[in-house]
Design a binder for this molecule. Structure first.
Ligand code: SF4
Ligand code: SF4
Length: 179
């Protein structure tokens, strides 16, 4: 195996006084400013074929349009008969790197399914939105496509979503400001 030794860059006097580095940063900022200003002005004047300038999305008044593959809040899916698809195999709980899924299992009345989740909790305050739980599920019972990214709350407890909320049977109660 070849080892490539990378020398640490020398800190010259010019680097250490920071002024040149600060000006370099400002030059980049102003380049973006004038390029965008130029693009917006040319488009406003009716020029065609100009690359559109960047715009600031006025969130939350103007919600951001998420990509089709964006990972958003989890939801649990149901079977055709309305029962949750989850068979409490615990694969998602096991693979979760943030250890934020908690499931308790019970016997299912359907002998083919054998088990089902009695409780299913996800602590979204700890979730890193990696999507491993979705990948691991053998029965396609959990998705991250609720298209909901506004999940902030006033307490850690309110970041925990339970099975009825994840199934969409119950609307999550709004988080209250602690007194
Ligand atoms: S997205 Fe990742 S961190 Fe979040 S619950 Fe699923 S496996 Fe855990
Ligand atoms: S991996 Fe799927 S079936 Fe297994 S416990 Fe998680 S959600 Fe349920």
């Amino acid at each position: 195996m070849t080892i490539k030794v990378v020398e640490r860059p020398k800190r010259t006097f010019a680097t250490q006084i920071y002024l040149i580095e600060v000006w370099k940063g400002l030059a980049i900022t102003f380049r973006h400013l004038f390029v965008n200003l130029g693009r917006h002005t040319l488009i406003a004047l009716g020029f065609k074929g100009i690359t559109p300038g960047s715009v600031t999305i006025q969130y939350p008044e103007d919600p951001a349009v998420l990509g089709k593959r964006a990972r958003t809040r989890h939801r649990l899916l149901k079977r055709d008969d309305g029962a949750p698809r989850c068979t409490a195999c615990l694969l998602c709980e096991t693979i979760c790197p943030a250890k934020c899924i908690r499931i308790t299992a019970e016997n299912a009345p359907d002998v083919i399914v054998e088990k089902r989740a009695k409780t299913f909790q996800i602590d979204l305050g700890m979730c890193v939105f990696c999507g491993y739980c979705v990948e691991a599920c053998p029965v396609d019972a959990i998705h991250m496509d609720a298209n909901d990214v506004e999940i902030a709350s006033y307490s850690r407890q309110d970041m925990i979503w339970n099975m009825p909320e994840l199934l969409g049977d119950v609307k999550k109660a709004p988080s209250k400001i602690p007194s």
